[in-house]
Design a protein around this ligand. Structure first.
Ligand code: NCD
Ligand code: ZN
Ligand code: ZN
Ligand code: ZN
Length: 353
């Protein structure tokens, strides 16, 4: 048998993941969510605060930090959530989190900032220099850019999905404004035609867009887009099939194979992929280095993505059935192997944080 050629890449960092702890452990937990991360080549994930209760107090932060220490397979850092009732917590939370998450538009969960007054208080209170990540769709992105300019505050736009939006962010950057953005694999590889085919399995916020929107995102892959982030947002099959199906799709285990397929097709370079999935996330969010940490990928492996063998608790993927080229073979974190040939390795001596 010919030997596989393995290529070593840095451990990837995903700046947008919903691990569902606390309160949504039937969808995902720290073990299953980070198993999915590691199987997907990620050694760092940033967890979103739209949990139950939401992560808006130090008390909740300290509880989940301890739990992640005990259960997570890779490094987990947390966002603080912005909520009108807990603005006083923000300065202290800023010390121990990677950024402030503001939900400025409707999506899954209860965290949302509805009034201008509260939005302004968030920008006044949050320390300069630490990113404010915004779920902002359409013209709300213009609000975020205006606030970044007015307060001299770094704003990171989550899951940018439309041509108008990415063009506006490009223009803001050309102006020298302190804004960054991420794009998800589902907005790069699926369109509204897929949404019609997939039904609830292709429903998320922002919704899938037109081919012209997808083309615009790809046109900005080398310049405007800072990070590929999954917005891994698992919901159970029963929830997706029930009434009022929640928006959100998992993505940790499919992001790298999809992006490596794009590399094989010449849509971006491998070097650029590493910028988007490892270096830029670490730089923007000031994430600690992980010494002796890498992943090995087989760039030539071709196969079909499938629900079989997924580590995420939800057990399904909107990408199942798609052919990809590029596979994660092994992952090493701080000198210890944690994943090889499809299997998670739990090693008690592993040190974290
Ligand atoms: C996310 C979720 O399920 O937590 N859903 C989604 O459709 N993206 C929330 C979010 O990221 O807006
Ligand atoms: Zn969102
Ligand atoms: Zn999200
Ligand atoms: Zn770099």
């Amino acid at each position: 048998m010919p030997h596989k050629t393995l290529t070593r890449l840095p451990g990837l960092a995903d700046v947008h993941v919903h691990l569902r702890v606390p309160g949504g452990e039937h969808k995902e937990d720290f073990f299953t969510g980070t198993a999915a991360a590691v199987a997907g080549g990620f050694t760092t994930v940033l967890a979103m605060p739209n949990t139950t209760p939401p992560l808006v107090t130090r008390e909740t932060l300290h509880t989940v930090q301890k739990q992640a220490q005990a259960e997570a397979l890779c490094d987990v850092h947390f966002y603080a959530g912005a909520s009108a009732d807990h603005l006083d917590e923000l300065p202290a939370l800023a010390q121990e989190t990677v950024g402030l998450k503001i939900y400025a538009d409707q999506t899954y969960g209860l965290l949302r900032i509805d009034t201008l007054a509260t939005l302004l208080r968030c920008f006044e209170t949050w320390p300069r220099g630490k990113p404010i990540a915004m779920h902002a769709e359409g013209r709300t992105i213009a609000v975020g850019i205006g606030l970044a300019a007015t307060y001299g505050q770094r704003v990171h736009f989550c899951h940018v999905s439309r041509a108008d939006e990415i063009e506006l962010i490009a223009a803001a950057k050309a102006h020298g404004l302190p804004v960054t953005c991420e794009v998800t694999p589902h907005h790069l590889f699926l369109t509204e035609a897929d949404a019609a085919r997939l039904g609830p399995w292709g429903d998320m916020r922002p919704r899938l867009a037109t081919q012209a929107d997808v083309d615009a995102l790809w046109a900005h892959i080398d310049a405007t887009i800072d990070c590929i982030a999954t917005d891994h947002a698992p919901h159970t099959r029963a929830e997706k099939l029930g009434p009022d199906a929640p928006p959100g799709v998992p993505g940790l285990e499919t992001a790298l194979p999809l992006m490596l397929t794009a590399v094989a097709e010449g849509r971006l370079t491998l070097e650029r992929l590493i910028e988007l999935m490892a270096h830029n996330p670490r730089r923007i969010f000031g994430l600690p280095e992980q010494p002796e940490t890498w992943i090995e990928v087989d760039l030539d492996a071709t196969y079909t993505l499938s629900d079989e063998g997924l580590h995420t608790k939800c057990g399904w993927s909107p990408f199942s059935g798609m052919s990809v080229r590029g596979k994660v073979e092994s992952v090493q974190l701080r000198g210890l192997p944690i994943f090889t040939e499809g299997v998670i390795i739990r090693s008690p001596e592993r040190t974290r944080y």
